[in-house]
Design a protein around this ligand. Structure first.
Ligand SMILES: [Zn+2]
Length: 388
């Protein structure tokens, strides 16, 4: 006999909720609604179908449990998954339990969160520290504008604190890095490759500019946050990162191109102002361009600030206490190296932590994704301790 959480996980995994095709969304949302109602939640479904322009349904399911408390806790989960891809040894859409693992697409990311949250809420009595809104959204894997983004930004849900149940089991995450992305373009003079003396090749110039930026990347690495990096990182504290990620220019072997370009991705500390980091980048670029004597420009294409819920915030303390009563000692506190949906709540000033059952080796987004059954049960237990 499977425990309740695994039975629910089995049902969820059996519905392909591919975020690219947007299939199975309605079926999965109605399954979640049913399971919520069975354990006494009041269910509302919010679908932005008239707003998105593509006519596709994206039901966001919100289940409310009133526990007679003053504040409301949001549990944020998502039911969409990335496509299975090729090379699975097991059926991605049928939960396979082997030893301490349960395999299937979404078994970890993020259907484990829905199963564990339902399991937790089914065990809470009449009273709790918080009233709870369990939110199950689609479209997380494609940016979340009409999933969690819609629920938090467009609906007037009142939340006093939140847990993004879509994260690692061995750390409580209270922040994420900011991001600055852009392009560096180097101009030259186009011409026939047989007559290089009549043109000005931008490619070697771009190459020397890229090499000079190695010292900027090292300068960024020396920036350290006050918050820890995830366990297993090369630095104890979260650090600044700068990488070139795309390079391009030219169309034909016998033509020296008129320009060459590269794009970059810079990660800004959660507790570092994005504008300050951007100015340092622009200043370094300008000085290097002048020193090398090249015609180049830098264009910022995207910027987003990070977030940090202060580690000393009472909600973080309550959350850590919940982990301590499950594991015997509080879990380590840190910030994410990548993105984190906590930004949706943080931008509203709502204290948020991220925690989940997605182990680093769980092959999330890969083949034969699995969740450790112990992580699923621990997640449920932490939520029970947090709420009751
Ligand atoms: Zn996820």
């Amino acid at each position: 006999m499977l425990p309740y959480e695994l039975k629910v996980l089995e049902e969820l995994v059996s519905i392909n909720t591919d975020s690219i095709k947007k299939c199975g969304y309605e079926e999965c949302a109605s399954l979640i609604s049913e399971r919520m109602k069975e354990i006494g939640l009041k269910v509302e479904v919010f679908d932005p179908v008239g707003l998105t322009g593509d006519g596709k349904k994206r039901p966001n399911v919100v289940g409310t449990l009133d526990l007679g408390a003053d504040g409301t806790l949001g549990l944020l989960t998502h039911y969409d998954v990335v496509p299975p891809g090729e090379g699975w040894k097991r059926d991605p859409f049928s939960l396979t339990v082997e030893g301490d693992r349960a395999y299937g697409r979404g078994a970890a990311d993020d259907k484990s969160a829905i199963a564990a949250s339902l399991g937790a809420l089914s065990r809470i009595g009449e009273k709790g520290k918080y009233n709870v809104k369990l939110i199950a959204s689609p479209d997380e894997e494609v940016g979340g504008r009409w999933g969690i983004g819609y629920v938090i930004n467009d609906l007037n849900l009142r939340l006093d604190c939140g847990v993004v149940v879509d994260a690692m089991p061995d750390m409580v995450c209270v922040g994420a890095s900011g991001i600055v992305q852009g392009e560096v373009l180097v101009r030259g003079i186009q011409g026939h490759a047989g007559y290089p003396h009549r043109s000005d090749n931008p490619i070697p110039k771009l190459a020397s500019l890229i090499r000079e930026f190695e010292s900027f990347a090292r300068f960024r690495e020396r920036k350290l946050s006050k918050i820890d990096a995830p366990p297993g990182s090369p630095n104890k504290k979260l650090w600044g990162r700068f990488s070139f990620t795309i390079v391009g220019g030219g169309e034909k072997e016998n033509i020296i191109p008129s320009n060459a370009w590269t794009r970059f991705d810079m990660r800004v500390l959660p507790d570092e102002p994005v504008d300050e980091a951007k100015l340092e980048l622009i200043d370094f670029f300008n000085r290097t361009r002048e020193r090398l004597g090249i015609d180049a420009e830098l264009r910022i294409m995207l910027e987003d600030k990070g977030f940090l819920t202060p580690p000393e915030h009472p909600f973080v303390e309550v959350f850590l206490k919940a982990t301590a009563s499950v594991f015997g000692a509080p879990l380590p506190l840190g910030a994410s190296l990548g993105g984190d949906d906590g930004k949706f709540l943080a931008s509203k000033g709502i204290p948020v932590v991220s925690y989940g059952a997605i182990a680093e080796d769980s092959h999330f987004h890969g083949t034969d994704e699995f969740v450790y059954i112990r992580d699923l049960m621990h997640l449920r237990d932490v939520l029970v301790k947090l709420i009751s």
